[in-house]
Design a protein around this ligand. Sequence first.
Ligand SMILES: Nc1ncnc2c1ncn2[C@@H]1O[C@H](COP(=O)(O)OP(=O)(O)O)[C@@H](O)[C@H]1O
Ligand SMILES: [Mg+2]
Length: 286
Amino acid sequence: MTTTFAIVSTKGGVGKTTEAANLGGICAEFGMRTLLLDGDVQPSLSKYYPLFYRAAFGLTAVITRGGSISADCVSKTSIPNLDIIVSDAPDGALQTWLKDREDRLVILKRAIRSAFVRDNYDVVIIDTQGAVGELQKTAAMAADLMISPVNPSILTAREFASGTLAMLESLNRMADMSSEFKSGDLMALIYGQDHTSDARNIATLIRNEFSTSGSVRVLDTVVPSSTAYKAAATAQMPVHRFDRKSRNLTSGWQVMHELVWELFPELKGRHAQDVRVGATPTHVGG
Ligand SMILES: Nc1ncnc2c1ncn2[C@@H]1O[C@H](COP(=O)(O)OP(=O)(O)O)[C@@H](O)[C@H]1O
Ligand SMILES: [Mg+2]
């Protein structure tokens, strides 16, 4: 069984791409065969890790072939077990293309449920753009679980309530119309919490507000605000490997392990393995 996560938010700059990259990195180092899918027209996830093999095709082919993934669309990162479908669409082209397709909501789901993905991957992680559009909807529909990073500040908590929940509701309305349309369960990940009491209070508020909501589960793991995330991105490394102070409760190592244990309870207590990079990587775009 392949588990598919979509990282969603109606807002940009909340940490989606960073979370997708780091979750993918640690899943791969746990030995799970992991596929990242860059669903943002700005290809930041595609550039996150060095590639040692760049496939001829990417997201455009997956979508415009009507939802089919084959080996010619899958690039390989320098991390063993971590593959990626790169974003290669000119701005807006796929959104426009999807608009005319009656099956637009299930196109990505079809690709994720294909025998190719089922046979080759344990985990798929889809990064999305911070907006609501056809590409984001088809990504949400393809997911078993959606993770939405929420910044513990009043403004973004409001944005989360109005924007992300509205998106979820519209997906659920479609789900009512056809059993084929079922969006993933939504999990809120408190993300970028700083050390002030204000941020802590707001995190508690978010937790209380959604703890009773049937449609949203607030994860126990909290990702702190830390310069390690940007530094790890610059070094093109997963943060759990870059920030390895394992005794520090908020180190990248510790936080990413807690998240894996929460998402995959059967892995609780186990740790990411040291991995050796197999080849000299090249970068996207040469
Ligand atoms: N935990 C964190 N603490 C501090 N900064 C972070 C953290 N995670 C990500 N960032 C930084 O925040 C910015 C936005 O992150 P990004 O993942 O690109 O967001 P999105 O994909 O939602 O637009 C980036 O500069 C990134 O390096
Ligand atoms: Mg992003």
